[in-house]
Structure formats: C-alpha cells, structure tokens
Design a protein around this ligand. Structure first.
Ligand code: MSP
Length: 485
C-alpha cells in the first residue's frame, strides 16, 4: 500500500535551522518506519523560493533572486544530506516543472469557475506572506509572529471562491476524513469556521510582486506565493505531464500525512483542501502539527543570537545521536525547549551510559564465554509477535509510531534498555560464568535477543547506529559506539 508524506517547503530567506530540521526528521522517521512495515513510501520535501520576502533578502545580499535561492537551497540540501534524510524528491518552486504545473492548476481553478476579480485593500505581512485581518494583529497592530506592522496594499486581484467549499470542508474535518492531529489543533481550525472565513486573494499585482509565477491568462498578475507553494505537493508528482512520469500522481495521490508546525495550519487545513475540492482531487488524509522550539526558554531568533545551527549538533555528537537527541527532548504535540546542556546530559546518560553500556558489557561477556548466539532475522515491524519480552510492550511501541508519537516511542525503548541493564544487575551473569554456566548463558541470551530487537527498532531513528549494533551482535566484537565527549 502506498504512503505519501510531505514536509512544508521551506522559505529560502534564511538558512535551515533546527525547527526545519525537526519537521523533516519527524517525517524521515515515519517514512523509514512505513518502509520497514513494507509500505510503498513517497517522501517529499523542498524549498519555497518566490515572493517579496525572498526577493528583498536577495537584494540585501546583492544577489539576483535566483542566484540567492540557489545558494540557500544548496544549504538545505546539504543539511538534509548530512542528517541522512531519505526523501524521494526535493522540490524547488523555481523549477520549470513546478512553474508549468502550478500554472496549469491555476488555469484549472479558473475553468471550474472558482476565480473572480476584485478590487482589494488589506494589510499584508511580508514575513507571513499573507493578508492579515485586524483581529489577527496584536494590540499595537503588529503581526504577532513577526512583530512588524503589516503594509497597506490596494490591488485588483483574483479571488478564490473559498466560501463554496466551507461546508463540505468543515464536515470532512469534523468527521476525521481529514484528520488534524493533535485534537487541540483540530478544534482550533474548527474555531476558525465559527469566526467566519472569507474568499481569499490568490494573485498579486506584478507591479508589487515581481518575483513569482505569472498568472497564465493575465501577465499583469503573479500567482499568490502561498497558492503556488501549496501546489508543490501536486506538481512534485508530475501532475499534468503526459506519459509515464504522470504515474507518480496516479500512484501516490492524495497526501497521507502533511508534517508542519502550528503557524501554517490554516493554509493546509483550509485553503489547500478547498483548492483540491475545486480541482476535484482527493484531499489529504492527515495533518500532523508539532509544537515550536524555544532555546533555553526563549524564542529562537537571529536577533537573540540563540539559533542552533543543525549541523553543529552533528559535529558534536554525530548524525544518529543528533537525530535521537532532537526527537527525544519533548513530545511533538506540545511546544518544547532545547538546551545544549540537556542535549549533552541526554547523550551521556541515555546513549552512552544506558544503551552503549548495555551493548558493550553484554558483548564482552558473550565474547569471553564464547557463546555463539544467532541473531533473530525477523523484522519486528512486520512480525511483532516473533518478539515477546516481559519488559517491553512492542504492540504499544508500534501504535505510538503509527500515531507519530515518536518521542513517546523512544521513551518506551529507553525504558526497555534501562530495565535490561537492571536485569543484568540483578542476575549478575559475571558471577555465574564458572558456578553455573547454563544460567549465565540463559541470561546473556535473553539480553542478546533484547538487544537485537532494540537495534532493529532504533532503525527509523538511528539507521546507521542500528546497523552497527546488528553487526556487532553478529560478530560478537564489542566496539564503543557512543564515545563520551
Ligand atoms: N514556505 C512556507 C511553507 C509552505 S508549505 C506549502 C513556510 N516556510 S518556513 O520556512 O517558514 O517553514 C515553516 C515550518 O518550519 C514550520 O511549519 C515548521 O515545520 C518548521 N519550523 C520553523 N521554525 C520552527 C520552530 N521554531 N520550531 C518548530 N518548527 C519550526 O512557512
């Protein structure tokens, strides 16, 4: 069965930070998990490269917009490679495939009779790249996310008949045909329907926005950057292309899960599904919304100088520990804090002392006693019943991954490792080698089998370390995996 998952496409006005990395990492873990389950997975990520915000940043850097986008996109690609993300495609909105696809889709909206022109006056926040209502601003009239006063824009634009789709959309959300997780976010979205949602502008005047995609039937207008950005999920699958390549769309549409943080739900839970309804395409199945990072209790921002550069974590601890550490700081459905001190503590305690120690001492004893244990080759994601340990609830672990509760799943696994270390402390196989070799063998076999399961279950989170563990268990040669720094 197919499984299509996508991250937001990230703005290239700034380099990747751990917020972007975190979303993509969560998606990567679920993609790997679904692959291990035997699903036919398609994993999409990429960059959002048009709009005023990016054009301005390019100018500030004395670069042409395209040159600037190329440079920042390269950094995203490199960082994603460093984190060992296994996406199937990295889409860029400045690619010709996206541009022609978005234009076709925009024309299709017109053909459905869902676009109309209107003179419009509104407050536009360039940081959000969206119009704001008075209600959405703080008491000082500033955008609450960007702390800036939105500019007054008066233009003749194309509008999308969103109102036509509100009723079926609300129903789809209420009935969980479009799941919004966690439920607090679902309620927040349903609350927006109560407040009233208006048709929205889907183009901008080319005079005011020149870095964008032309409206195909009106060159004086550009497609609103959010509308073409959302279309990336369709254009990436070669929608509109003739021939074999178009099979990607046939095979993978609709999106099974969109990953994102809370600030962009409205676009994904309201605007995009309504556009899809207009295009007579299936809406996505699930939107998974995670919380926001703060650093040492403060909002992460360049001006505060507390931005954590994602590659620096890899430099300190290596790629797999960096992945583990980012995911194990807080439950993703809430906001959470990150501090380098806590990351170091967790590396030392949970990886080096707990997991590393269990593996090392077990293998040293097995090696010393010459026990030739064979590794269970069964895939626990496909056949969980093959692994049954008193100290670990494998069906629960898998359920947590199904619910994208990666933090909770890791916690379960960490608990299993702690209990396995305790099991060794209680049973002291090192004292039994001579006294009772059969018992010694039995205890070590128990931990050997547990370690096999632990290694296999860690594969989505720490793929390289999982493979290293399996190798050591096979050849019974212990080597330190987590060096203390
Ligand atoms: N370009 C739009 C998305 C278009 S999708 C069709 C955009 N880009 S963004 O660069 O601002 O990325 C926003 C996303 O990055 C968030 O939804 C989240 O996934 C991630 N994060 C950015 N900052 C974050 C934190 N401080 N904490 C957690 N995630 C964050 O919006």
């Amino acid at each position: 069965m197919k499984y299509y998952l996508a991250t937001p496409i990230y703005y290239v006005n700034a380099e990747p930070h751990i917020g972007h990395t975190y979303t993509t990492l969560l998606a990567d873990v679920i993609a790997r998990y679904k692959r291990l389950e035997g699903r036919d997975v398609y994993f999409l990520t990429g960059t959002d490269e048009h709009g005023t915000k990016i054009a301005r940043k390019a100018k500030e850097n004395q670069k042409q917009p395209q040159e600037f986008c190329d440079q920042i996109t390269q950094k995203f690609k490199k960082t994603w490679q460093n984190y060992n993300f296994g996406h199937d495609q990295f889409i860029r909105t400045t690619s010709s495939k996206h541009i022609s696809g978005a234009q076709k889709l925009f024309s299709a909206l017109k053909d459905k009779g869902d676009l109309y022109q209107k003179e419009y006056q509104g407050l536009y926040c360039t940081g959000c790249e969206s119009f704001k209502t008075e209600k959405e601003l703080d008491q000082k009239g500033l955008c609450p996310d960007h702390k800036k006063k939105p500019g007054l824009v008066k233009e003749k634009n194309y509008f999308f008949k969103l109102s036509k789709y509100l009723k079926p959309l609300k129903q789809a959300i209420e009935k969980d045909q479009l799941i919004i997780q966690p439920v607090e976010r679902k309620n927040e979205v349903l609350g927006l329907f109560e407040q009233g949602i208006n048709d929205f502008s889907v183009s901008r005047s080319s005079q005011n926005v020149n870095w964008g995609i032309d409206v195909p039937f009106d060159k004086k207008q550009k497609i609103y950057v959010w509308v073409e950005a959302l279309m990336n999920y369709i254009t990436a699958l070669d929608y509109g292309k003739a021939g074999a390549e178009a099979n990607l769309f046939k095979k993978y549409w609709p999106v099974d899960v969109h990953f994102m943080a809370k600030e962009i739900i409205k676009f994904h839970a309201i605007f995009f599904p309504a556009i899809l309804m207009s295009l007579r395409m299936k809406v996505c199945k699930k939107i998974f919304v995670h919380g926001y990072f703060t650093i040492n209790g403060e909002k992460m921002s360049k001006s505060l100088g507390n931005v954590i550069e994602p590659n620096s974590l890899i430099k300190t601890w290596g790629v797999d520990p960096a992945r583990y550490l980012l995911l194990s700081q807080f439950a993703s459905d809430s906001d959470g804090d990150i501090s380098l001190k806590k990351l170091k503590q967790d590396y030392d305690h949970k990886l080096a002392d707990n997991l590393g120690n269990l593996l090392q001492r077990t293998l040293v004893m097995i090696n010393k006693n010459g026990f030739d244990f064979k590794l269970k080759q069964v895939n626990p994601f496909k056949k969980p019943q093959a692994y049954d340990f008193r100290d670990f609830d494998l069906p629960l672990f898998l359920k947590l991954l199904d619910n994208i509760q990666v933090y909770q799943a890791i916690k379960q696994l960490d608990g299993f490792i702690s209990k396995s270390n305790q099991y060794l402390e209680i049973n002291k196989p090192w004292e039994l080698a001579n006294k009772n070799p059969a018992k010694c063998r039995e205890i070590l076999k128990q931990i050997f089998d547990r370690l096999t399961l632990i290694a296999r279950l860690f594969e989505p989170v720490m793929p390289q370390i999982s493979a290293k563990m399996i190798k050591q268990l096979e050849n019974k040669q212990p080597q330190v995996i987590f060096k203390k720094i």
